[in-house]
Each structure stands twice: as C-alpha cells, then as structure tokens.
Design a binder for this molecule. Structure first.
Ligand code: ZN
Length: 416
C-alpha cells in the first residue's frame, strides 16, 4: 500500500483515539458486533434473578463473576429474563457462549463467586435439575459449569470454607460437590482469591497488553492498602470478638479493580458501607478502606445492588464514577437515599450516568421522578472499552430474547 501523508495521518489519528480500523461500528437496532482483539468488554447480564458479569479481556481471555439465582417473587421482585423457560444459569451460559463465539474453544478461563449468597451463586431449588454427572443440582454457577467448561474457579473460601466460621448448608454442599466433580473429572482448577495480588487473574497472553491489570482488592474483610501488594484486616481479630460480632457474608465479599490504560472499573460484591442503625462498630464499613485503596474509577457496579447499607458518601467522593451499573432484582435496588447520594454533585463534581438492569414498579412508586434520570432501566449493560483504554461506550442490549440487539448507545466517555 502506498502510504500518502493523509493515510499516515489517518492511521496516527486512529491509534491516538484508540479505534482500530477493523472494529465494526455498533448501531442502534442492529445486532451487537462481536468483540475484536484489543477491546475490553464488560457485560452485566440481566436474568432478573441475580448477579452475573462476563468479562472479555483485551486478548480474548474470558472471566465470569457470579451466576445467581435468587431475588424476590411478585411486586418485590423482577421477572425472569428473557423468560422463565430456562433457569438463570442456562441463560447466562448461552449468553457467554454467544459472546465467546470468536474463540475456537468458547470456555470460561476464570469464574469467580463474590460471596456465598443465592443471588450470586444459586442454591438448590425445587425447579433445579440434577446434574448428569450426579451428586449435585444445576443452579446458578453449577448450571453454567454444566454448559460451559470452567478452567479455573476462584472464591473466598477454598479449600476449607471456614471463615469466619464453617460454611454449611445445602447451597454450600451443592457447590462443593460441583467443585469436587469438576476438579476430579473435568480438569477444573480451584483457588482461593487472594487480596492484594495483581498476578492471580491474568491474560492468557502475558505481556501483550502491559497497561492491563486486575488488582485483587478484598476478600474475607482483608483489604488491599493501595501500596504494593500489602493488605490490612478491616475487622479486629476474631479471637477478640463475640460470635455475633463476626462479619456476615456480605462484608466477606471478594472484589477487584480492572485497569486498562487510563480506564478503571471496580466490582466489590455486596460490601456494606453505611451502618443501618448507626450503632454498629465502625469496622463494618468496608467501603471506606476500598475507596482509599482504589482511588477514582471510571465505572463501577453498585455495591450490594445499591441497598440502603451501601454506597456511603466517603466511597462516592473517593471513587467518583462516571458510570454506575445497578444490578436490580428487588424493590430495594437501589435505595432512594443511595440514589440521592449518587447524583449529589456536593460529593463530587461533574456528570455521571446511571444504568439499571431492571426497575420494579414498587421502586418507581417510592422514588418517583428521580428514576427518570436513569439512562436506562431495562436490558443487559455492556461497557465496551476501546483498545488502549482511552475511551469507552455503554451499550444497552435487548434482554427480551436472545437477539443481542443494541437498544441504545452512550458515550464515548473519556477515561480519566
Ligand atoms: Zn446480593
């Protein structure tokens, strides 16, 4: 090819703004163009019944965070999406398989559970089918694993599942039977997620994207300090607490920061930050040490689905997101006071856009016109980060059927 000055300028411009020539344009009303090399895709998958995020990393490495089956029925809950003909785990696996179709081996290189609650992992239910492998039921993450191989599974409890006290019950028994079968018969590896590390979740092609990093931020109330790989325990030693003061499941959530050039995204499970009755000990606030460690982020998924015990003022003013993702399957997602704080320009200046996967009529009745400010309140939410991380867009995908049609596009946002 003859390189004229104009061609060279175009090439340079494309490199500077981070748009490769090969990237197909995404258009409202059209099917989402597939992921291409160099992009970072973060899909908040909407099943109406729990949390699930699919990451496609810049070299095509795949990672699923959570696959829940929970929520409420009736007016306090949201309907199953696309519908109730399949269980959430199967819908999630089908979504992931579609998005990973560019790979000769559409598998999950990593799957993680933020914590052990049904809306994040799924528990045995009367509708759950037994696994053909035997020994466990297909629900949430175990159903995903039945449809799509998982190479490495990470959680906060492996191998003893004993913090802060032994984790027992049908949901844990079912999950552990799944891990046992998958590791003995299907080659799955299982690891405990370790806060502070930036070398546990890595690209399949190391060194190819040096500005890409996943920093493990917290798990089991141990939080990265923001310096090297150092961590600190947010709770006092268990030996100094009475059992009723032990952390419950939510503050034990694992979470991490995904960075790509200037772009930063945070996901921290169901950590609380606001003590509900003001009388709890200060260490229950997990959000403050997280905000201190991670600094400003371009996009976050709301902690604890925006429940009233989350998203405190210190966290918001430290993290200052441009984009909030609200995963909704209950009438208290998000709390009215939480949404008020999120929109407060006293906590931090500048614009911010809020996207929800669903919204209940009950919540509309309580919150009213403030919900009109949401950019979207139905659909899968995709953050598509351009190669290099300088800019990103938010795309809303149809969740009424498996069309993968783009309903709306927001941005480009400039990463900071
Ligand atoms: Zn939850």
């Amino acid at each position: 090819m003859l390189l004229t000055r104009r061609t060279v300028n175009l090439l340079l411009t494309a490199l500077l703004i981070g748009v490769p020539f090969s990237a197909p344009a995404q258009t409202v009303g059209q099917v989402l163009p597939p992921w291409t090399e160099g992009h970072l895709d973060i899909h908040q998958i909407n099943t109406g019944k729990g949390n699930s995020t699919l990451f496609v990393l810049p070299d095509g490495t795949s990672m699923l965070l959570d696959a829940g089956w929970g929520g409420n029925e009736g007016a306090r809950g949201t309907p199953a999406r696309p519908n109730a003909s399949r269980n959430p785990g199967e819908w999630i696996a089908r979504y992931a398989r579609h998005m990973l179709a560019f790979r000769p081996d559409p598998v999950l290189d990593y799957a993680l559970l933020t914590h052990f609650h049904g809306d994040h992992m799924g528990g045995p239910t009367p509708q759950a089918k037994p696994s053909k492998a035997g020994g466990y039921q297909l629900t949430g993450i175990t159903e995903v694993g039945d449809h799509l191989p998982i190479r490495k599974m990470l959680d906060r409890g492996w191998p003893d599942y004993a913090f802060p006290r032994p984790l027992t019950g049908p949901m844990m028994d079912n999950y552990r039977a799944f891990l046992k079968w998958q590791s003995e018969h299907a080659g799955m590896k299982v690891e405990r997620f370790q806060p502070g590390r930036n070398d546990q979740l890595v690209l399949r092609s190391p060194g190819k994207y040096p500005s890409f990093e996943i920093r493990n931020v917290l798990a089991n109330t141990e939080v990265w300090t923001g310096v090297a790989s150092n961590t600190r325990q947010q709770f006092p030693p268990l030996s100094s607490l009475t059992p009723d003061q032990y952390p419950d499941e939510n503050p034990c959530s694992l979470g991490f920061r995904v960075s790509y050039g200037k772009f930063d995204y945070g996901t921290f499970g169901d950590i609380p930050g606001a003590v509900p009755d003001g009388a709890g000990p200060v260490w229950v606030d997990m959000e403050t040490p997280v905000a201190r460690a991670v600094g400003p982020l371009d996009a976050v998924i709301l902690n604890h689905h925006g429940n009233r015990d989350s998203t405190n003022a210190f966290y918001l003013s430290g993290v200052r997101p441009q984009v909030f993702i609200v995963p909704v399957w209950s009438a208290n997602h998000p709390g009215e006071d939480v949404l008020t704080r999120m929109y407060s320009t006293r906590l931090y200046p500048g614009p911010r856009d809020v996207f929800a996967t669903n919204m209940t009529d009950a919540n509309r009745a309580v919150i009213g016109t403030m919900l009109d400010r949401l950019k979207s309140s139905q659909g899968h939410i995709l953050i598509r980060v351009a190669p290099g991380g300088e800019t990103f867009r938010v795309l809303i995908l149809d969740d009424a059927a498996e069309t993968y049609q783009v309903k709306a596009i927001f941005g480009p946002y400039q990463s900071r």
